[in-house]
Design a protein around this ligand. Sequence first.
Ligand SMILES: Cc1ncc(COP(=O)(O)O)c(C=O)c1O
Length: 391
Amino acid sequence: MEYINNELRLGPLKKDLLSLCANYVRPIYVYDLDFVSQRYQAMAKALGKTRLFYAVKANPHVQILATLKKLGAGADVVSLGEIKRALESGFSVHDIVYSGVGKTRHEISEALKLGIYQINVESLPELQRIGDIARELKKTAAVALRLNPDIDIKTHPYIATGLKDNKFGMELSLIPELSATLKKYSDSVELVGVSLHLGSMMMEFTGYQEALGILKKVYVDLQKQFPTLKRFDFGGGVGIFYDRLDLQREESLLSDYAKITNEILGDLGCELQSEPGRWLVGHCGVLITQVQYIKKTSAKNFIVVDAGMNHLIRPSLYQADHLVMPLIKRSGEIRGDVVGPICESADFFVKEGVFSEVHENDFIAIMDSGAYGYSMASVYNLQELPLEICI
Ligand SMILES: Cc1ncc(COP(=O)(O)O)c(C=O)c1O
C-alpha cells in the first residue's frame, strides 16, 4: 500500500482506487485478484506438497473463489450455502472439505448425495448422525476427526478454537469411543483423516508445534486400527499484521510454520492438507467509505463515515486495529475517532488515531479488510450491504 502522487494505491501492482469512486453511492469493498493470486502462490510454495483448501468463510466472493480454484486450491466450507457457492464458482465436489460444529441433517444428507470429498466431524453425535444418514442413503461418508488438543495459541478469545472450553473439535479422551463408533458404522463411514484447527491470527507457533506432536501420535495409533486413514489436515489460522504492511515478515513467519509442520509430519507419509483463509485474502481487500461529517466536541474529533460496524465488524468484535488511509493524502493532520452511522457506541473503526487531514466527502480506505469483512456484514439499522468490486 502506498501513495503515488498523493493517491492511495492497492497491492503489489499499485492499483488505482480513486477512479472506482467516480459514481460512489455507498461503501465499497475492493478486492485485488492479482494480490490474491500472489498470496496463494507464496503460500503454496512455502507449504510444498500440502493441498490448500481455502476457508470460504473468509471471503466467499465468486471471483475470489474462481481465482483460487484456477490456481489449484480446494475449498474448506462450513455450511450448505458455502458448498453451493464453491460449486457455483467452479470447484468440484472432490475439492471440498466440509467442517463446522452444527451440520444439520439436511446439510449432511445433501453433502453425502453430492459426494463431498471429506467431512470434518466435530462431535460424537455428529459422527453417529453422519453414519445413520449415509447408511440410509447407501453411501460411504469419507470423514476426518477434528480433534481438540486443548492448546492455547494466544489469540483473541473469540477466535481461539483449540481449547477445551471451545465448542470445536473433540477431546482426545473421546478417541476410544470414536473408534468404536467408526467400527459400528464401517458399512457407511470411512475414516480418511485427522484434522486440527487451533484458531485464527496465530502469530507464533509454540502451541501449534505442541499440538502437532500430540496429534501425530494419535494419527499413528488410529492408523493401526483404520488403514484407510491417509490425510492430516493441520488447519488454517496463520495471522497477518493489521497494524502495518510487512509482507516479507509474514512470509518469513509462514516459512517457520512450514518448517515446523514438515519436521513433525514429514515422515508420516500421508497427504497433508491446510485450510487458510485470512492469510490469502486479508490484505487483498479494502473497504472504501466516504467522510460524512467532521464532528468536533470538547472531548475529541469524530470523523463520521458512511460505513459502519455492520459492514466491517472486526474492530467492534475483536478490537482489531485496521489502518485507515485517506484515498487522497492532504498535507495537514487530524486526530480523532473514525466512527460509523450505526446506533451503537461500539460502532468505530479507529479510536484516537492520527491521520492525514480529511474533509467532508473525502474517501478513506479501511485497509486489510479482504477477510472476514463482507462475509460478516449485516443490514443492522437497515443500512444497505456494501458493494463489492474485484480489480
Ligand atoms: C475450521 C477452520 N478452518 C480454517 C479457518 C480459517 O482460518 P484463518 O482465516 O485464520 O486462516 C477457520 C477460521 O476460523 C476455521 O474455523
